[in-house]
Write a protein that binds this ligand. Structure first.
Ligand code: ADP
Length: 596
């Protein structure tokens, strides 16, 4: 049986669920807006033939109810998703697989849908008119992060407000044409310092994605721009794997800005250049750019390449496993990435307008240098969800499943709280239950032990992890065995075949044998706070710690939980983060103290 078909058992369990229809009050529908952001990767994505594969074809769902097994209670109807031409086919296929129905304009009322997922952002009126049973996959105001020039502007502001060391993770950036004179001054200053040595810069259009229009240059004479561009310090000492440059695609879901709630996905993609890194030829995009849209058309894409093998992508877990095999402290690296994500989202969070029932899935592009320092290159709006290779298959499909699970598990818990508080469960939450119900039954409880075994490693403090998992009943349901199994397999595979070439590293961290990246923050959360996700003392809605492979990274303790309610106290949050960072990377704190 393929992975995507319900077993007889699952199906009958599924059919036992109570179903409530989406809202039916009519309202006028507005058409989609153009994407309007440079880093909206999906906009022109051609769907590969992969999607034609049987596994991706929507499975025919069985009818939920036969006349004889219809339980007493409300009339049962499946959840309804709404799409437009830009919606990734993978999203539709996952939703169908989860038992959702596709919205049909001709047959359904204009408001009879629960989730609208599209590539472009929504109009403010669409946000304002959202119904309690509906969700949108974009939050207003997030292009402030996803346009390269806006991101640079916000991070520069944060640097000014909260200090350079904290916000040192974005390469020095100038926005053209506005900062042209500043850039020229910096270019010549550096040239003077370096003498005969070259300095390297990269020039990127602010509003394009997928590597389009990028130039890398050493001589200012080669700088050309005709619109809004960013000119950025080119990281010329990237971590190389088998002499190939790579960067990480990290998925982050912000389920709300007010209060700020950030989840990181503990699986992701590593994207490789397909020709060997070579600073003597800056024109070779196959050696300097890691976009798969570029590399998949190169001659070396199909070639079996040193260490990285065929194609141009790995899963993040394979990459971490590779680093571990060379004694790299990947827990430390993962923590730095987590902090970088929080600091980045904080840069725009106070200025984002409030909007209910929406979320944003971001794709963070992060480059690691040979000192194991992560650099933020950009944040993508609507990160690509097309499928080109096996790494895409194993990561993206689960990512969508887990995103739906994250949104709906939160809804389910809110419903419980509303019920406890005496409110009538809203329709939206009743609907949330339906989607969860399938997973809860089909997956059964994932024991703490199996989660621990997943890594094949031991923990410094297993009891804290156990507590984290026990503390909230939802966690039992949050992971899908199918996904976990494949992750486990992935890890096993990568440990079975140790890579033969050491990564080219200057800085080497000490071995950290107790690594499991995603657990680190749960541990710190449970260890340092009295937040109980199930029993909030003040009736506030405390977010789940985990849903599928998503892990809560903000708020991360009681202080940040408090500082993100009733307005966002950014200074307080930064103080807490700084404390955490000093504890987690003490050598950096020492360096900073010396610098002062
Ligand atoms: P796009 O939106 O076009 O994908 P990115 O900023 O992600 O633009 O850049 C594309 C690729 O160029 C990255 O994946 C990375 O390989 C490379 N790159 C971008 N900025 C830098 C930089 N500052 N230093 C080194 N490489 C970079």
């Amino acid at each position: 049986m393929d992975n995507f078909t319900l077993t007889h058992e699952e199906d009958s369990l599924f059919r036992d669920e109570t179903r409530v229809t989406a809202g039916s009050a009519a309202r006028s529908r507005e058409g989609p807006r153009p994407c309007g952001t440079s880093t909206c990767e999906h906009a022109e994505e051609a769907l590969s033939s992969f999607l034609q594969h049987k596994a991706f074809a929507p499975q025919k769902r069985k009818p939920y109810f036969m006349a004889e097994d219809k339980p007493p209670g409300p009339i049962l109807k499946p959840l309804v998703f709404r799409v437009d031409d830009s919606t990734p086919k993978m999203v539709q296929s996952v939703l169908l697989e989860r038992g959702w129905d596709k919205f049909d304009e001709g047959e359904q009322n204009v408001e009879d849908w629960n989730l609208y997922w599209r590539t472009s952002s929504f109009r403010m009126t669409e946000h304002v008119n959202i119904k309690p049973w509906q969700h949108l996959n974009h939050h207003p105001g997030t292009t402030e992060l996803t346009r390269k020039d806006h991101l640079a502007k916000h991070l520069k502001h944060m640097k000014k407000m909260y200090g350079t060391p904290l916000y040192e993770f974005i390469p020095l950036t100038f926005i053209m044409p506005k900062d042209y004179n500043k850039f020229v001054a910096e270019y010549f200053r550096e040239k003077h310092v370096l003498g005969a040595k070259h300095s390297y810069w990269i020039c990127k259009p602010a509003e394009l994605s997928r590597g389009r229009g990028i130039i890398i240059f050493s001589d200012i004479k080669d700088l050309i721009f005709d619109d809004t561009y960013v000119v950025q310090k080119y990281i010329c000492n990237p971590l190389l794997v088998g002499r190939y440059k790579c960067d990480l695609r990290i998925y982050v879901c912000v389920t709300g800005f007010k209060p700020l709630t950030i989840y990181i996905y503990q699986e992701g993609l590593v994207r490789f250049a397909t020709e060997k890194f070579d600073l003597s030829n800056l024109q070779n995009n196959y050696a300097h750019l890691t976009n798969s849209s570029i590399n998949k058309s190169g001659l070396s894409y199909e070639k079996i390449k040193e260490v990285i093998g065929h194609g141009c992508k790995w899963t993040l877990s394979r990459f971490f496993s590779y680093l571990r095999s060379w004694d790299v402290d990947d827990l430390l690296l993962w923590r730095k990435i987590n902090h970088m994500v929080i600091l980045t989202v904080l840069a725009i969070a106070p200025s984002v307008p409030f909007a209910a029932n929406c979320f944003e899935l971001f794709g963070f592009d992060i480059l690691i240098d040979d000192n194991l320092k992560p650099w933020l290159l950009e944040v993508n709006f609507s990160p690509a969800l097309s499928v080109d290779c096996s790494a895409d298959v194993s990561v993206k499909r689960k990512l969508i499943h887990d995103t739906i699970e994250l949104i709906y598990s939160q809804g389910l818990r809110n419903e419980r709280m509303e019920c406890r508080d005496g409110a009538k469960g809203s329709r939206s939450v009743s609907l949330a239950k339906l989607d969860m119900g399938r997973l809860n039954k089909a997956c059964s409880a994932l024991s703490c032990e199996s989660l621990l075994q997943l890594t094949g490693r031991t923990f410094k403090d297993e009891s804290a992890v156990k507590k984290a998992i026990k503390i909230c009943p939802e966690n039992k349901h949050a992971s899908q065995p199918r996904e976990m199994t494949s992750r486990k397999k992935d890890l096993l595979l990568s440990t079975k075949e140790p890579p033969k070439t050491k990564p080219k590293l200057k800085g080497r961290h000490s071995t950290h044998k107790t690594l499991i990246p995603f657990m680190s923050l749960i541990q710190s959360c449970v260890g340092k706070t009295s937040i109980s996700p199930c029993l909030p003392s003040d009736n506030s809605k405390v977010p789940d710690l985990q849903a599928g492979n998503f892990v809560l990274i903000f708020p991360f303790n009681e202080a940040t939980f408090g500082a993100s309610r009733n307005g966002l106290n950014v200074r307080r949050i930064i103080q807490e983060l700084q404390k955490l960072m000093n504890k987690q990377h003490p050598h950096m704190a020492e360096k900073e103290a010396k610098r002062r």
